[in-house]
Design a protein around this ligand. Structure first.
Ligand SMILES: Cc1cc2nc3c(=O)[nH]c(=O)nc-3n(C[C@H](O)[C@H](O)[C@H](O)COP(=O)(O)OP(=O)(O)OC[C@H]3O[C@@H](n4cnc5c(N)ncnc54)[C@H](O)[C@@H]3O)c2cc1C
Length: 388
């Protein structure tokens, strides 16, 4: 598509326009131009645009990194499909092309942004917008589904389990995640991972931890009530266990609500007669953070292929957490103490396992680092994207 010189120009342009100092300016300039030219577009986006800005920049950066292997095409199609939840169609992406090129040009170093760079960039931006338009316009599934909250349990001060019944079947697989919009925060979509497998009664369950200073998670934990109507976007992601005969055993590592997509897969596996062995390390800072241990233990008691190992960073509850100390189910493995990655790698590199790591971005990063350090083959490791 681009000759090597044009590719080098695009990469130099992006390095200059998307440097740490300039990145926010590019995103701000893009949306300012877009909304000035098409005022109607503003209504598609939330009042707070920070997540949306980061998303745009990450997408451009990802495409430019993969320009020579074309691995970006499925990514752009998916991005286009996913934006339908905001009400956008292919025509909107095509309309956005000029605003994006202008934003990049005005932010880049003028010595880098020559006429040739401008030409190369116009071709790349056209390809990005056209691919997103194809993704948006060729999808048959609805942009989102409605669902009603049927239960809301505040299992910790900062953590809630929310159960919903969806209006129709959502074609998700255990291990995938969905975009969610709640009535208290219109147009602020966030990804959440269902904690149970798809089922006949169209039930879906999410485990949500409040992020301090966050927009959506505090409202889910504190303000959600039975009867609330949520919107759920199409399923994304592909965490999965190869259960074919002879497939490798499995290591799962979950921090906090990262247990959700792993638990959904374990429940799905429990419906099958043959499974590989699974070791699940489930961690939190304090014992009470292991809020789901009873369910996991019940699953392990009836499924001998599953071993659960609880891990905490601090063995005692802090003084500021009221209530009795957490009691672990009798018969369960002893609780191990330390950071998840450090504890898991005490047992070696787990080189012969299929591995999944789920949790907060910092937990996933530190666990991947620990695994890499002991020589775990990283091609065996799956994890979800670390941002929206
Ligand atoms: C694939 C995927 C699956 C997810 N599944 C779940 C899930 O099942 N349950 C769940 O509770 N959350 C899940 N999340 C996180 C969720 O999407 C939101 O990011 C989170 O709830 C915070 O949203 P917010 O609107 O409250 O915070 P925002 O307003 O989006 O962010 C406020 C600030 O907090 C920071 N921040 C955001 N998330 C975190 C975090 N986890 N730890 C520390 N700082 C953070 C942001 O960078 C920002 O500075 C998932 C994220 C992804 C990418």
């Amino acid at each position: 598509m681009l000759d090597p010189q044009a590719l080098a120009r695009v990469r130099a342009g992006v390095a200059s326009a998307l440097s740490d100092d300039a990145a926010d300016t590019v995103a701000g300039a893009f949306y300012a131009r877009l909304f000035a030219e098409y005022p109607d577009f503003r209504g598609f986006f939330p009042a707070a645009m920070d997540q949306q800005r980061h998303r745009l920049l990450r997408a451009v950066d990802h495409v430019v990194r993969h320009l020579d292997d074309r691995e970006f095409l499925p990514f752009l199609h998916q991005l286009g499909r996913d934006h339908r939840k905001h009400g956008l169609t292919g025509a909107h992406f095509l309309a956005a092309q000029n605003a994006l090129v202008d934003a990049l040009r005005t932010t880049a170093d003028p010595d880098v942004w020559t006429d040739e760079t401008d030409d190369a960039w116009r071709r790349v931006v056209s390809m990005i917008c056209n691919s997103m338009a194809v993704g948006a316009d060729t999808e048959d599934l609805p942009p989102y589904w409605g669902a009603t909250v049927v239960e809301h349990h505040r299992v910790l001060d900062d953590l809630a389990i929310v159960r919903l019944q969806t209006d129709a079947d959502i074609p998700f697989a255990a291990g995938q995640y969905l975009s969610v919009q709640i009535p208290q925060r219109p147009r602020m979509w966030r990804y959440l991972s269902p904690a149970i497998a798809p089922n006949d009664y169209r039930g879906i369950e999410f485990h949500v931890r409040r992020v301090s200073a966050g927009w959506v998670s505090p409202a889910i934990v504190s303000e959600t009530t039975v009867g609330d109507r949520w919107l759920l976007g199409p399923p994304l992601g592909g965490l999965s266990v190869d259960t074919a005969p002879g497939s490798e055993d499995v290591l799962m590592i979950a921090g906090g609500t990262g247990i959700a997509p792993l638990r959904a897969q374990l429940m799905d596996m429990a419906m099958r007669s043959r499974n590989p062995r699974v070791h699940l390390f489930v961690g939190g800072e304090y014992p009470s953070d292991l809020y789901d241990l009873d369910t996991l233990w019940n699953l392990a008691r009836t499924n001998p292929w599953l071993t659960i190992v609880p891990v905490v960073e601090q063995p005692e509850e802090p003084w500021w957490r009221p209530g009795p100390a957490r009691e672990f189910p009798p018969g369960m493995n002893h609780t191990m103490v330390g950071k998840l990655g450090q504890v898991v790698t005490r047992f070696g590199s787990w080189a012969d396992r299929q591995i999944q790591v789920c949790g907060s971005p910092s937990m996933v990063r530190t666990t991947l680092y620990a695994l890499r350090k002991v020589g775990t083959p990283m091609q065996n490791v799956q994890h979800d994207p670390l941002g929206q």
